[in-house]
Design a protein. Structure first.
Length: 79
């Protein structure tokens, strides 16, 4: 199994966190490594949800404990 390393970046608003992480991801790719990013939405309240008429949101609002949709290299997961 490949080794997984985790790096956490924290800082004040507009302090360059996003720029730093983007540069680290680009550097990792140049080194032949794969990188993933998880961002905390710290703007008060939950992130905006997709329109309620989408299939994945109908499943979620209908009682599913989780609903996911993928396409175009993106996975959207609601828990």
């Amino acid at each position: 199994m490949d080794e997984v390393r985790v790096l956490q970046v924290a800082g004040f608003k507009n302090s360059g966190k996003t720029t730093l992480v983007r540069e680290l991801i680009a550097e990792a790719r140049l080194m032949g490594l794969r990188a993933a990013a998880v961002k905390h939405h710290g703007h008060g309240g939950p992130p905006e949800m997709p329109p309620p008429d989408t299939d994945s949101m109908q499943f979620f609002s209908g009682g599913a404990v989780a609903s996911a949709v993928s396409g175009g290299g993106v996975v959207q997961l609601h828990l």
